[in-house]
Design a binder for this molecule. Structure first.
Ligand code: 13P
Ligand code: SF4
Length: 376
């Protein structure tokens, strides 16, 4: 399909505008006109464009998002905008895939940098999960197991869950997804984040650590251990949140008297146990919003969001839970030059970095995503 050429400002050629001088190329990060270029391209695309921004994105990108949110809110928002022709997803690959699955066939989902993946999602491949399911069949328990995958997984893992009667969850609805699953089966295979699975099972569902078994795809547990477990936790983790430690919590409590420790459930169990509050990125923002002026908070989540919280709430003392933990490198790949390049390409009638999921995978992944969106 040929896309109509759009016009920036008054010129027929968008790049003949002052300051827009490298059509189709990735602009330099030092280009002083980047903000202006993004603004103009966005304006030119108007209602045809909808930009989604995850809370972990850089400020330079977030300023152009029509909606910001956690992965649950962004999935809902993607599904709620059938009139937007282009959904530019400022986030990571699995989020853009989910947006493609939840939008109509005419809509195009664009990820400004294709290298924006997620190391956790890469920790569960389709072949590994198929093999694991065979191991559950060999152990005679596959009929009792409902697979539940965290949103942070590839579309084919979501499709696997759809085909096997399972559901997707995010960090803001993991308990509801597990309740749903345990109403339908005796056991759950939780993919790919062991920490979200364990934290939800133990801290929100009243299970014990002995109810959980870790499934290492390279060295699977014994059939007896699988039979004994209620939660089979895939051995995946977030390389950012996995770096906060119990000592980080002890240290911050010593340094800042009366500090409230607020962490994301992708953190390790021992960290979550020591924290005062735990929740998704959206929960973290709401908690800070509602906190009294002058209160102190140490936040265990991605650094872009923690820095933004400090700016949003100057009347509260916001600090990062552990200074040695760094940004999510893949979230950070979406920078202003990539956003400008994506938007200007759209203005020129080209669709860059479109994310498409094949129809069969999309169908079954949508089954699992729709079950999540319908959770009570
Ligand atoms: P939420 O947006 O669900 O809080 O997840 C955080 C995350 O790691 C996204 O990659
Ligand atoms: Fe993946 Fe962790 Fe980065 Fe989220 S923060 S995108 S889970 S690596």
């Amino acid at each position: 399909m040929t896309l109509p050429l759009f016009v920036l400002g008054t010129s027929a050629d968008p790049h003949s505008e002052k300051g827009v001088d490298c059509p189709g190329e990735l602009p330099s990060a030092s280009d002083p006109l980047l903000v202006e270029r993004a603004r103009k391209a966005k304006e030119a695309l108007g209602e045809r464009l909808f930009i989604l921004g995850h809370h972990y994105q850089r400020d330079e990108v977030i300023q152009f998002a029509d909606v910001t949110g956690d992965s649950f809110k962004l999935a809902q928002q993607a599904a709620a905008r059938p009139e937007a022709e282009f959904i530019v997803f400022c986030g990571v690959h699995f989020m853009a895939e989910s947006a493609d699955i939840l939008t109509t066939a005419d809509q195009r989902v664009i990820l400004p940098d294709l290298a924006a993946g997620c190391s956790m999602a890469d920790m569960a491949t389709f072949d590994q999960v198929e093999e694991a399911w065979e191991a559950l069949e060999d152990a005679g328990i596959a009929d009792d197991v409902i697979p539940v995958t965290y949103m942070n997984s590839s579309a084919d893992i979501k499709a696997f869950c759809g085909r096997h009667g399972g559901v997707v969850c995010t960090s803001s609805n993991a308990k509801r997804a597990l309740d749903w699953a345990f109403e339908r089966g005796k056991k759950v295979l939780f993919l790919p984040d062991q920490h979200l699975g364990r934290n939800t099972a133990v801290l929100e569902m009243g299970m014990s650590l002995d109810d959980c078994v870790l499934y290492n795809p390279h060295r699977p547990p014994k059939a007896d251990d699988l039979r004994d477990a209620r939660m089979i936790l895939w051995r995946g983790h977030c390389s950012v949140h996995g770096r906060f430690t119990a000592e980080s919590v002890d240290d911050v409590r010593e340094r800042i008297p009366g500090v409230n420790v607020l962490v994301h459930p992708e953190c390790r169990h021992e960290v979550v146990l020591k924290a005062d509050y735990v929740g998704s990125t959206e929960y973290i923002i709401k908690k800070l919003e509602a906190a009294p002026a002058g209160s102190s908070w140490a936040i265990g989540t991605e650094l872009n969001l923690v820095k933004r919280l400090g700016q949003m709430f100057p009347d509260k003392n916001v600090s990062f839970l552990d200074k040695t933990v760094c940004y999510c490198s893949t979230m950070n790949r979406i920078d202003l030059p990539h956003l400008v390049w994506a938007l200007e390409s759209l203005v020129l009638g080209e669709v860059p970095n479109q994310i498409t999921v094949d129809p069969d995978t999309a169908h079954w992944a949508k089954v699992a995503l729709d079950r999540m969106l319908a959770l009570p």
